[in-house]
Design a protein around this ligand. Structure first.
Ligand code: HEM
Length: 414
């Protein structure tokens, strides 16, 4: 927790969940609910602009400041009753100025990110015991606080912990004395078997989320809080008060596409999301019209240190795929790891389509106020075009392009 002058941020956050509701559910809400929300937002607007120099140099404080401020920004924007939200929403300077400063220090986007909702969003159940998955409580900060929201963070974190083993694998590979003698080749094959097992573990985790995260609550109650600026054709654009040109900022909100673990696997196996290599089978028409910059853009939502690690893998002096290409006994193990990743992406497409595309054709759950339900359904019905993901990309085209780019990494005999 931040202390001293920053208590004012922590207090605003502590009050937010009890007071604020999603703006799109507020149509026809009682006057006192609307007034309580407006009074919370008024207090945010009149907060002092706090200097951040005391936080600089302490990465734990910087992370907490980013997390608290980014949650406050999303609480602020998404609690505004939809009827009063016009084409743009001004995010007040009291949040923007310190958020910009801490984001610059962490080299991360000035908006809610996967780091805020998952990587940094836990606490120890028993502080005396070590940080094992069993001793960690996820979803320390929540928006609506539904089980779907908490379990989504929890399930995503489970996949991140598999990342520890993946980091070891990448490290061990780069520490091998060479990639050609028999002993090293055997080790590479064992590393690739371990990598395939890790990827299967991530698949099992995603599969388990099907049981743990209720799709209706995910779509209607949790996901709207995560939306960033201009997240759909009729969604308002955010203006960061005091920042010259907000449209130049990365403000699309959190996505598991920002998971450094998934990017590390992709880079280690050399998955060509940007379609820069000539590989087989050639990209389909749909693949070609996907957003090829998505994964690269998502890296800007990671802390700078994660991004630098990924850049290091990308510049590996011994690129694994080339090594496998040149060494037939490694090729089969490399292909098995790629096949596991392709399977993961197949499963992920099914899950993401169920949670987003299918749910976009459903009615909100009974917990939503009736009037608000009708309003939102009218809007959904009026909306044209396919379901979109973070930043407004066309969801199924994007995810299938990622899956097909994975398939194209498979090596064939020379
Ligand atoms: C209920 C579970 C999940 C749902 C509904 C879901 C949904 C989505 C959606 C809608 C996208 C499109 C981009 C966006 O909107 O941000 C996406 C992308 C992505 N998600 Fe998930 N996701 C889930 C779980 C996970 C987990 C646990 C991971 C692993 C950390 C993950 C990794 C990714 C990655 C890496 C992308 C970028 C596209 C790709 O690599 O294929 N997702 N997800």
């Amino acid at each position: 927790m931040l202390q001293g002058p920053y208590d004012v941020w922590e207090t605003a956050l502590a009050n937010a969940q009890g007071v604020l509701k999603l703006g799109e559910t507020l149509f026809g809400a009682p006057e006192e609910v609307l007034a309580a929300g407006e009074s919370w937002r008024q207090r945010i607007r009149s907060m002092p602009i706090l200097p951040t120099n005391i936080l600089m140099g302490d990465s734990m404080l910087l992370r907490r400041a980013h997390q608290v401020l980014a949650f406050l920004v999303h609480f602020y924007v998404h609690s505004i009753p939809t009827d009063s939200a016009t084409g743009s929403i001004v995010v007040p300077r009291s949040l923007v100025a310190p958020l910009m400063a801490v984001s610059e220090a962490l080299e991360i986007a000035p908006v809610l990110t996967y780091s805020d909702t998952v990587l940094w969003n836990w606490e120890l159940i028993d502080p005396e015991l070590p940080a094992t998955f069993e001793n960690m409580r996820f979803g320390r900060i929540l928006f609506g606080g539904s089980d779907a929201e908490r379990n989504f963070y929890h399930g995503s974190a489970r996949t991140e912990l598999v990342g520890v083993e993946i980091l070891h694998i990448i490290h061990e590979y780069h520490n091998l004395p060479n990639v050609s003698d028999l002993s090293s080749v055997r080790k590479i094959n064992r590393l690739l078997e371990r990598l395939a097992a890790c990827i299967e573990d991530i698949s099992s985790s995603i599969q388990a989320m099907r049981e743990e995260v209720d799709p209706l609550a995910f779509y209607w109650e949790a996901r709207p809080w995560w939306n960033g600026s201009g997240s759909g054709p009729d969604a308002p654009v955010w203006i960061y008060e005091g920042v010259g040109d907000t449209s130049k900022l990365d403000l699309s909100g959190p996505s598991a596409g920002q998971s450094s673990v998934m990017h590390a696997i992709d880079l280690f196996l050399d998955i060509d999301h940007k379609l820069q290599q000539r590989r087989y089978p050639a990209p389909s028409k749909e693949n070609k019209r996907a957003d090829h910059g998505f994964m690269a853009r998502m890296r800007r939502y990671m802390p700078g240190k994660h991004r630098k690690y990924l850049e290091w893998i990308a510049k590996s002096p011994r690129p694994l795929r080339s090594v496998a290409q040149d060494t037939p006994v490694i090729r089969e193990h490399y292909n098995a790891a790629v096949a596991a990743l392709k399977k993961l992406r197949d499963l992920h497409i099914r899950v993401a389509c169920l949670y987003v595309v299918t749910m976009s054709h459903t009615r909100p759950p009974p917990s939503c106020p009736v009037a608000a339900v009708l309003r939102r359904m009218e809007r959904e019905a009026a909306r044209q075009g396919p379901a979109t993901g973070t930043g407004g990309n066309e969801l199924s085209v994007l995810l299938k392009a990622g899956r097909d780019a994975t398939t194209r990494a498979v090596l064939r005999a020379n």
